[in-house]
Design a protein around this ligand. Structure first.
Ligand code: BES
Ligand code: ZN
Ligand code: ZN
Length: 462
């Protein structure tokens, strides 16, 4: 998709005009004398248009264009002016670009192209006299949107097309030509490092586990890096504690956290942010087989702590424990782990926000603020000391599943916290609620690409 800028509305019948009409209930189509189409989007309650609604409106514009098969569209930048929306033009431009890009994505790789072709927007003409001010912001927003989409594509790939090795290859490909160093450890190297968590979860699969490390060091030498660790379970059957049938098929997206940290670092590199960032992805397939880890097994993690496996379906935290320990070698100033960790987080928050867990109150506030800004909404859940009881092991140091039926997202965080004790600042983001897009957000079905927009802002501002 290409953005260009023009001071006036182009009079070309191949270019469809998309316009916002205030206080109009419905959307409608008009035809100008010259045959040019105008798609009008009715905007109710202009007084109520805030940042959240702006995001949806920008996507709606592209969704409407796509439903009319309008490949080239033009819109007036000033259409996105609303009485209660206090945003700078630059900020607005970035949001528009990111979200138009996101609304233009669809995972078509495995579908036969219809005779009339796919319906994507190829060109967007932004009608404005402020091009020189907002062009850079459009470019920036577009890069972020493109990386969100790349992550969505990666995560939406079926499990047999995205094994740990394929994920590692995709990471290498994603950073080609960028100032990002890639290292991939196989099982042999992981054994040497004592990564019993990753190896334990992966041992039931025919696919070799991988440990992917990406380094983008464009900041000051003296500045300690931010480490992003993403759960890379390429398919989660649950293992011997096999999942019931209904929703297992969605578990090819259980590497969404991994995909997100890969594309967040790519976004940082493409935006040339002057920061030091490391992305780590432990990648495994969680399968039931004759060689699977069993409930009751005790794994020796890289930290030296033993993990008592209560449930083989609580595998994400087990692989992340080694990633958190590995992150220590960077002496990071902040570690963020991102994982589709628990169904319980979905039960707690519903599908509109990821759960964040941290004992760093300032960081919690920062993340909530950046969540609002970026559109990757997050909401905190507690990590009080009392909860620690829940993840104490009987025969091992830490149990991978809590003792109560309730509060599973918190147990997940408390488990991870046992491996984050040497880190100066740490936050766990449970993105299970935002694994897939939902009805009404004007995004195609599949992975939602959370929380790349948030991570990019965090890298930029932290
Ligand atoms: N990958 C799942 C969590 C999940 C479920 C993500 C649905 C997205 C949508 C995770 O590995 C899992 O199975 N967690 C268990 C933990 C339990 C066994 C302690 C869960 O949430 O039930
Ligand atoms: Zn699981
Ligand atoms: Zn999982």
């Amino acid at each position: 998709m290409q953005f260009t800028f023009n001071p006036t509305i182009p009079e070309d019948k191949d270019i469809t005009i998309v316009s916002l009409v205030p206080e109009q209930e419905q959307s409608f189509v008009q035809l100008k004398d010259n045959g040019q189409k105008i798609l009008s989007i009715g905007v109710k309650d202009v007084e109520k248009i805030n940042r959240r609604k702006l995001i949806l409106l920008t996507r709606q514009a592209v969704a409407l264009a796509r439903s009319h098969r309008a490949a080239k569209i033009a819109f007036e930048f000033s259409d996105f002016t609303f009485p209660k929306l206090r945003m700078t033009d630059e900020d607005k431009a970035e949001v528009i670009a990111t979200n138009m890009e996101m609304a233009n994505f669809e995972f078509t790789k495995y579908r036969t192209e219809p005779e009339e072709g796919w319906s994507f927007v190829t060109d967007i003409i932004v009608v404005t006299s402020k091009a020189s001010n907002i062009k850079k912001s459009f470019e920036k927003g577009q890069i972020i949107g493109q990386e969100v989409n790349a992550s969505r594509a990666l995560a939406t790939n079926p499990g047999d097309e995205m094994t740990p090795k394929m994920l590692a290859e995709s990471a290498k490909k994603a950073v080609e030509g960028l100032n990002v160093k890639v290292e991939v450890l196989g099982e042999k190297e992981m054994k040497k490092l004592g990564m019993g968590g990753v190896l334990g979860v992966g041992q039931g699969s025919d696919a070799e586990s991988q440990f992917i490390i990406l380094e983008y060091m464009a900041g000051k030498k003296s500045e300690k890096p931010i480490v992003l660790a993403g759960k890379g379970v390429t398919f989660d059957t649950g293992g011997l504690n096999i999942k019931p049938g209904d929703h297992m098929y969605e578990m090819h997206m259980d590497m969404s956290g991994g995909a997100a940290v890969i594309h967040a670092i790519v976004a940082a590199a493409k935006l040339k942010l002057k920061k030091n960032v490391v992305a780590i992805v432990p990648a495994v397939e969680n399968m039931p087989s004759g060689s699977s880890y069993h409930p009751g097994d005790i794994l020796k993690s890289m930290s030296g702590k033993t993990i008592e496996v209560i449930n083989t379906d609580a595998e994400g935290r087990v692989i992340l424990s080694d990633a958190l320990t590995y992150s220590e070698r960077y002496e990071p100033r902040l570690v963020v782990d991102v994982a589709t960790l628990t169904g319980s987080a979905i039960a707690a928050l519903g599908p509109r926000a990821s759960a964040i867990f941290t004992r760093d109150e300032k960081l919690e506030t920062t993340l909530r603020k950046l969540g609002e800004e970026s559109g990757d909404y997050v909401w905190p859940l507690p990590m009080w000391e009392e909860y620690e009881e829940g993840v104490k092991g009987t025969f091992g140091d830490v149990a991978n599943s809590g003792k109560s039926r309730y509060g599973g997202a918190i147990d997940g965080a408390m488990f991870l916290q046992q491996f984050a004790q040497n880190l100066p600042s740490w936050v766990h983001i449970d993105i299970a609620p935002r694994m897939t897009t939902i009805e009404g957000e004007f995004l195609s079905k599949g992975s939602a690409g959370a929380p790349i927009r948030l991570l990019t802002k965090l890298i930029e501002k932290y």
